[in-house]
Design a protein. Structure first.
Length: 482
C-alpha cells in the first residue's frame, strides 16, 4: 500500500510548476515584443523602397535623401604641367583674351533677353567645362569648338596647360595668404571646382579622366542616373562648393543622359575702400516701369578711379586682393542694351582709360539670384558644335563604350550680393552629355546709380593681365531691380 506524500512536498511541486509557467509567460511577452518591432522595421523599409521607385528621375522624391552610393574614379592629380610661361606669353595671353571675348559674347546674348529683370551670369563657369571637353571632341569638330571659345589656333594641349595655371592663379592665395598676426586673412576667397558625373555602367576614357584631374582639378564620379542618386549627388556637390548658396542645380534627367559635367565658382571679397554704413541712405531706384525703394551706399573722396565717355560713366570697385567689380551707368538706353553691345575691346578701352578723380559714387545694395535655362541655345548660336545629336561630336573621346555621345541640356544658377563691406558671387553650370573718345572731367564727378546699371566682376592673373587690361572676366550682369 502506497503512502500518501506529505502536504509540504505537494506544495513544493506546485510552486515549482507555477514558477516555470510564470517565467515562460515573461519570455513569451519579450518574444512577441521583438517580433512586433521587426515587423514594423521591415514594413518601413519596404514602404520606403516602394515610395522611392516611382518617378525616380525627378528631384521631388530624392530631395531629403541621404548621401547616394557613388564612387569616385581613382585618378590622382599630377603636379602642374612644367610650362614655361615666359617663352609662351603670346599663347597664354591668347587663351585669357579668348575666354574674355567669349564672356562678352555669351553675356551679350543672355542680357538681351533679361527684359526688365536683373540678370547675372558667369561666362567663365561655362567656358571652363567646354574647354575641358575640347580634348574629347572629334577632330572634325574641335576647330569649330575652339573658335567658339575664342582660342582658335591654339593647340588643345597648350589650352589645358594654360587653363590649369589660370585656375591656380585665381585660387592659390585666396584662403591663406596675407593673414594677419591673429591668422585672420583679409584676402578674397575663390573656389573653382569641376566634376563629371557618369552613369554607373559606363567608363570615362582614362586619358580624359587624367586630363580633367590634372588641368581642371576635376573628379570623375560614377552615379546611378536611373534611381535619382545622381540628382542628390550633383545638388549636394553644388551646395558644398558654394557654401550653400546654390544647392538645387538639377531636378531631373532625360532618359538618354549618360553623364553630366558641372562647374562651380564661389567668390567672396571685401572692397579695398569700404562703404561707410553710417552714410547709407534710403532712396528711390528708378527701375524700368516703376520706382522702387533701395538703400544707397556712398563712396566719395579724392583719387577715385573713374572713366566717362559719350556712352557711359564707369568706375571699378577694387577688391583688397586685386580684381574687383566694374560699374557701368549708361547715359542713354537701358543697361541690358548697353551690356549687350559691349565688346571685349570696348571693355579694355574703359579699363585702360580710367583716371584718378575726385567725386562720389552712389550705389544701391543689390542681390541677384538668376536661373538660366536652355543655356544650350545661346551656346549653339555662338558656334559651339557639341549639342548636335546627329553629329555626336564627343563620340570616341569621352566614353570608353562604343556609343554616340553629344551634349544635351545646359543651365546655370547664379547668386550675387553686394553691400557696404564687399561682395559674394557664386555660379554653378550644369551641362548634360549634352569708342567714343575719352571725356576728361574737369569737375568732381557724380555717378548716381539710381537707375539700371551694368557690372563686370573680374580678377587678376598673369595671363589676363592686371586691372588696366581688364583682368579675367568671371561674371557679368545688369541691375534693373536692386
Amino acid at each position: 500500500m502506497l503512502k500518501k506524500p506529505p502536504r509540504n512536498a505537494i506544495l513544493a511541486i506546485v510552486g515549482k510548476f507555477g514558477q516555470f509557467f510564470w517565467y515562460g509567460f515573461l519570455f513569451m511577452q519579450k518574444l512577441i515584443f521583438l517580433l512586433v518591432c521587426c515587423c514594423i522595421y521591415i514594413g518601413t523599409v519596404l514602404s520606403g523602397c516602394a515610395a522611392a521607385t516611382p518617378g525616380a528621375l525627378t528631384g521631388q522624391n530624392v530631395k531629403n535623401a541621404g548621401p547616394p552610393p557613388i564612387r569616385i574614379a581613382a585618378a590622382e592629380p599630377k603636379a602642374l604641367p612644367d610650362y614655361d610661361i615666359e617663352d609662351r606669353n603670346a599663347k597664354t595671353s591668347a587663351v585669357a583674351a579668348g575666354a574674355n571675348e567669349f564672356a562678352f559674347k555669351l553675356g551679350s546674348k543672355l542680357a538681351a533677353n533679361c527684359h526688365y529683370e536683373s540678370f547675372a551670369c558667369s561666362p567663365y563657369s561655362v567656358w571652363l567645362p567646354l574647354a575641358a571637353l575640347a580634348g574629347a571632341t572629334r577632330e572634325k569638330y574641335a576647330g569649330t569648338l575652339l573658335s567658339a571659345l575664342g582660342v582658335e589656333g591654339v593647340d588643345t594641349a597648350d589650352i589645358n596647360a594654360i587653363t590649369s595655371y589660370m585656375i591656380y592663379e585665381l585660387t592659390r592665395q585666396k584662403y591663406k595668404d596675407n593673414a594677419d598676426e591673429h591668422g585672420n586673412g583679409n584676402q578674397s576667397q575663390m573656389v573653382i571646382s569641376n566634376a563629371i558625373f557618369v552613369r554607373n555602367d559606363l567608363t570615362v576614357k582614362s586619358a580624359f579622366a587624367q586630363l580633367f584631374m590634372d588641368c581642371y582639378r576635376g573628379n570623375v564620379i560614377n552615379a546611378d542616373f536611373g534611381s535619382g542618386d545622381a540628382i542628390v549627388a550633383i545638388n549636394q556637390w553644388a551646395g558644398e562648393r558654394t557654401g550653400g548658396l546654390i544647392s538645387d542645380i538639377v531636378d531631373g534627367f532625360d532618359p538618354d543622359t549618360v553623364a553630366a559635367i558641372v562647374n562651380a565658382i564661389c567668390y567672396k571679397g571685401k572692397w579695398e575702400r569700404e562703404f561707410d554704413r553710417g552714410k547709407t541712405t534710403e532712396g528711390v531706384f528708378h527701375s524700368p516701369g516703376n520706382d522702387e525703394n533701395a538703400y544707397f551706399m556712398l563712396l566719395e573722396g579724392d583719387n577715385l578711379p573713374y572713366y566717362e565717355d559719350a556712352k557711359a560713366q564707369a568706375m571699378p570697385l577694387r577688391i583688397n586682393s586685386g580684381g574687383g567689380m566694374f560699374i557701368f551707368l549708361p547715359k542713354s538706353g537701358d543697361a541690358a542694351e548697353f551690356l549687350s553691345g559691349m565688346t571685349y575691346d570696348y571693355y579694355k578701352e574703359i579699363t585702360r582709360g580710367c583716371t584718378r578723380e575726385s567725386g562720389k559714387l552712389l550705389l544701391p545694395r543689390f542681390k541677384i539670384e538668376n536661373d538660366i535655362k536652355d543655356l544650350d541655345v545661346p551656346l549653339t548660336g555662338l558656334g559651339v558644335p557639341l549639342f548636335d545629336a546627329a553629329a555626336a561630336p564627343l563620340t570616341g573621346g569621352l566614353i570608353e563604350e562604343d556609343l554616340p555621345v553629344w551634349l544635351g541640356a545646359a543651365s546655370q544658377k547664379v547668386f550675387i550680393e553686394a553691400d557696404e563691406e564687399g561682395l559674394t558671387a557664386a555660379a554653378v553650370t550644369r551641362i548634360t552629355v549634352a569708342g567714343a573718345a575719352l571725356i576728361v572731367p574737369t569737375e568732381p564727378f557724380e555717378m548716381i546709380c539710381d537707375r539700371p546699371f551694368a557690372f563686370v566682376l573680374y580678377d587678376n592673373t598673369r595671363y589676363a593681365g592686371t586691372y588696366d587690361s581688364g583682368g579675367q572676366v568671371l561674371f557679368t550682369g545688369v541691375v534693373n531691380r536692386p
